[in-house]
Design a protein around this ligand. Structure first.
Ligand SMILES: NC(=O)c1ccc[n+]([C@@H]2O[C@H](COP(=O)([O-])OP(=O)(O)OC[C@H]3O[C@@H](n4cnc5c(N)ncnc54)[C@H](OP(=O)(O)O)[C@@H]3O)[C@@H](O)[C@H]2O)c1
Length: 296
């Protein structure tokens, strides 16, 4: 496996940086906080001290793009609280991205979507939990667990655009959207980032990624390691992994980094060892031969 012992303070930037919205530069390899409170959607609560250690180690390794949400919680363990406890006062240049839209049911699983009128309260929840006066990047997360499409976003995105003009949010994003929904949002306010499901073998949104690249919009793949409904067949990554002395997870992330300069993976984990392995992927440079093998 690519050695993680000698990871430097800028390890996460080994695959370069990208300026979200043109003015928030981040290392392209980021971190997703969803797995800190629980490892699976219905799993047991995880130890908050481990979550804090993961977050601190991420920042030590140069991760400065942390994706979170107020609805990433299980029991008393809330991802936003862990981010604040681990990292506040926040280092200069740390971009905390959050998302609003889903409302949790009594079992703690997203059950319905917020209305436009509820979004201000949800943004304020994030401000309070994270202990900040304004947020770097806020996504409107639309739809359920299925593929995007089929619902209007204008009214809710306009509500977030108002919060942006009020100074609560620096940049806006949209999540789980199709091209029509992205266009609908863009007609209201600039969209700095799109966050959709995508991994080395789940590339249905390749055209949307190309559109993001064309417009300098960050494309943030969720489930980059296939942690969702669409797992990665890791046997198809083994040959490339062996060639680089890397793990299959590192190859999965390196393939995303190679796919586009606007691609900003945010692999999630509740383990310091997995975090280090994932950050180590930023220095795995895949060749054209590797990419052809992975596509085959
Ligand atoms: N916008 C949305 O709708 C949406 C939806 C889902 C997620 N997200 C965001 O996207 C981020 C990334 O997605 P994700 O965290 O669900 O999925 P992921 O990165 O595809 O995979 C996470 C899963 O892989 C495991 N894992 C992580 N690193 C590993 C490694 N090096 N070796 C072996 N297993 C490893 C984790 O287990 P361990 O914890 O045990 O390491 C966890 O089960 C989330 O954290 C969240 O911020 C957004």
């Amino acid at each position: 496996m690519t050695d993680t012992r000698n990871l430097s303070q800028d390890a996460a930037a080994a695959a370069g940086t990208f300026a979200i919205g043109g003015d928030l530069p981040v290392a392209r390899l980021g971190f997703g906080a969803m797995r800190l409170p629980t490892g699976t959607f219905t799993g047991p609560v995880r130890n908050p001290e481990t979550g804090i250690a993961v977050l601190r180690r991420a920042v030590e390794l140069g991760v400065n793009h942390i994706d979170t949400a107020s609805f990433y919680r299980r029991g008393d363990v809330i991802a936003n609280d862990l981010v604040r406890q681990a990292l506040a006062p926040y280092p200069d240049g740390l971009v905390i991205a959050t998302k609003v839209g889903p409302l949790l049911g009594p079992d703690g699983i997203p059950a319905q979507q917020a209305t436009a009128g509820q979004l201000r309260g949800l943004v304020e929840d994030n401000l309070r939990e994270l202990g900040v006066e304004h947020l770097g990047l806020v996504y409107l997360r639309v739809g359920g667990r299925n593929a995007p499409g089929g619902e209007p976003v204008s009214e809710r995105f306009a509500a977030l655009a108002k919060l942006r003009s009020d100074g609560l949010i620096r940049h806006l994003g949209v999540s789980n959207v199709d091209a029509a929904q992205l266009a609908e949002a863009r007609a209201i306010a600039p969209v700095a980032a799109v966050q959709n499901a995508f991994h080395v073998q789940a590339t249905a949104d390749a055209a949307l990624l190309a559109e993001c690249a064309r417009t300098g919009t960050a494309f943030v793949p969720f489930f980059p390691l296939g942690g969702g409904l669409d797992p990665i067949d890791t046997t198809r990554l083994e040959k490339t992994a062996a060639r680089h002395g890397a793990t299959v997870q590192q190859v999965a992330l390196a393939a995303l980094l190679a796919a586009s300069p606007v691609m900003l993976p945010i692999p999630g984990t509740g383990s310091v060892a997995h975090l280090e392995e994932n950050v180590g992927a930023a220095r795995v440079q895949l060749t054209q031969e590797d990419l052809a093998d992975l596509a085959g």
